[in-house]
Design a protein around this ligand. Sequence first.
Ligand code: GSH
Length: 206
Amino acid sequence: MIKVHHLRIGRSIFTVWLLEELGAAYDLQVYLRDPASFRAPPELKNIHPLGKSPVIEDDGQVIAESGAITSYLLEKFDTAHVLHPSRSDLKTWATFTQWLHYPEGSVFLPLLIKMLLLRNSTQPHAALETFSGAEIKLHLDFINQQLADKPFILGEHFSGADIGITYVISLAKRISVLNDYPQLQAYLQRNLSRPAFKRAIERAVE
Ligand SMILES: N[C@@H](CCC(=O)N[C@@H](CS)C(=O)NCC(=O)O)C(=O)O
């Protein structure tokens, strides 16, 4: 059975959500952040040298990185291709893969920089403010445009790519940069209202 190493307050709740969408059985190991540093506890380094979450274990293999974990879980459990396209349609698969990797690859960093600036507001940093502000606008505008005429990132149906996009949009909301994007707020609400997300929260407590 899949074992999920879940660190509270962070992106691993989105891996738990995917497992709930897939209806897969899983064991959950919950970790709490260090209250002073807000970092992961050292025990996570016993699972994977980076000591970060999410990490899953399956059949003796340890897998880190949320995008890779999403790909693995979809390959393993979504054999009917309800949540991800088959590679036999290479163009559709490439579009899906782009959206799958985009949140971690491009969107997360400027949001993280902004979050750290907010935490240290007594030490402003003009260059980082300018960079993160422009990049956040670039990415939120791009996602907003993608969702202009469809409810989910690939179209009419929810897919595995919506999981990572929902994560970065929820982070944008947490740092209060979502006010000018009612459509993204509605997208967030739509996805977080899904029964599988509610089950994930009930079981894992974000
Ligand atoms: N790119 C990695 C990032 C993993 C990551 O940084 N996870 C955070 C939680 S959201 C973490 O474990 N932070 C605790 C720490 O670094 O001490 C992924 O997508 O899984």
